[in-house]
Write a protein that binds this ligand. Structure first.
Ligand code: GRF
Length: 206
């Protein structure tokens, strides 16, 4: 992504939306030259929707309950994103695995944030997995999304220490601070056209 037309971002959420908020704040501060053209939630009560509305960002509630097929749900999501002319999709706490329908519609243009240093501890409860394993360091990973669970090419990672008395809550809070910085940094690189993907590897030009 580079050139004259500004990047148009679609954000998919399911919950609180602190990562969404961090991205909004950096765009409004002029640090990321992009526009969020829609926020889509699969949960009607996601607090992220209130955050988006407060900033005048169009929101769409697209619940998955009525869909027997994950692919048809994703096909409708693609339509919504296309209708908002999105060229970068951000999964900011979106609690669903994408099918090939979404992944192929936005090749190397869907980013996710995961609260661990992948490939360690993919899937749910990554912070508890890290505590149970006894690692000294964990962190977060921003990666492009493929059809696997947290398996796509890694864009950026940040490391945080694990303290001996950490609980899932305290470790999650420390990782979330890193998430907000790291996600914004990855989006900025994308928006500025500094990311290339070569097989599994993401090449960053500075
Ligand atoms: C984050 O911890 C992220 O790593 C995970 O979902 C959580 C979303 O938090 N994918 P928030 O909704 O951005 O506050």
């Amino acid at each position: 992504m580079s050139g004259n037309s500004p990047c148009r971002i679609g954000v998919l959420v399911s919950g609180n939306g602190t990562n969404l908020q961090a991205i909004i704040d950096r765009i409004e501060a002029g640090e990321i030259s992009a526009e969020i053209t829609c926020v889509i939630s699969n949960k009607a009560d996601a607090y992220a929707l209130i955050r988006a509305s407060r900033h005048g960002i169009p929101v769409v509630v697209h619940e998955n309950a009525g869909f027997a097929e994950r692919r048809s749900y994703d096909a409708e999501t693609v339509e919504i994103l296309r209708s908002h002319k999105v060229n970068l999709v951000i999964l900011a706490g979106f609690m669903r695995i994408l099918t090939d329908v979404m992944v192929n519609a936005f090749p190397h243009a869907i980013m996710n944030i995961h609260p661990a240093l992948l490939p360690s501890f993919p899937g749910l409860h990554a912070q508890q997995q890290a505590l149970d394993y006894g690692v000294r360091y964990s962190g977060c990973t921003v990666h492009f999304v493929d059809c696997g669970t947290d398996t796509g090419p890694i864009i950026l990672q940040s490391v945080v220490p694990v303290e001996q008395d950490d609980t899932e809550e305290t470790l999650s809070a420390r990782i979330q601070k890193a998430e907000h910085q790291t996600f914004a940094a990855a989006i900025k690189l994308f928006v500025e056209g500094k990311i290339k993907v070569s097989g599994r590897k993401v090449l960053i030009s500075e």
